[in-house]
Design a protein. Structure first.
Length: 156
């Protein structure tokens, strides 16, 4: 099973948010289903599920969809995706790989954050809220403000 997003922005967030400097590029994959697909017994087929599946709220926020590559031979079996991406009569889908230089990481993450696309908007947890604030500055600022300011707004 593969987990995809319908949003190129969410894909960019996941590609860049976990990227390490040792990588020269990050990769984003795009899946496009063929309109007239052939299917049948013993032929691998990509089955697409979502977005209307019962799942955790974050999958809705991330615009998730899921695919399974299966074939039937007396019972349902998993298959490799490579076989359905091969060009030819049985091609089920196209998978395109985009490589973006790692040096764009800060710029991309900043642009996404300006559009409220960050760890907190995609996961909705307290941990992701803290991750959204650089170096945890929000927690430090909030703690300092609460402990040093009186209800009247004067420093104590």
């Amino acid at each position: 099973m593969l987990d995809w997003t319908r949003s190129l922005y969410v894909a960019a967030y996941f590609a860049f948010s976990t990227a390490k400097e040792a990588n020269s590029h990050v990769s984003i994959f795009a899946l496009s289903h063929q309109p007239n697909r052939i299917s049948g017994t013993k032929l691998a087929t990509v089955y697409r599920y979502g977005p209307y599946v019962k799942t955790h709220r974050r999958h809705f926020l991330q615009q998730s969809e899921y695919t399974l590559c299966l074939f039937y031979e007396d019972e349902w079996c998993f298959d490799y995706y490579d076989s359905v991406f091969d060009r030819g009569l049985h091609q089920q889908a196209r998978c395109q790989k985009f490589m973006i230089p790692y040096t764009e990481r800060q710029r991309v993450l900043r642009l996404l954050d300006e559009h409220n696309l960050n760890a907190f908007s995609l996961f909705g947890s307290e941990e992701s809220m803290m991750e959204t604030w650089p170096n945890g500055n929000f927690a430090i600022t909030l703690r300092d403000t609460v402990s040093t300011t009186s209800p009247s707004g004067l420093k104590t």
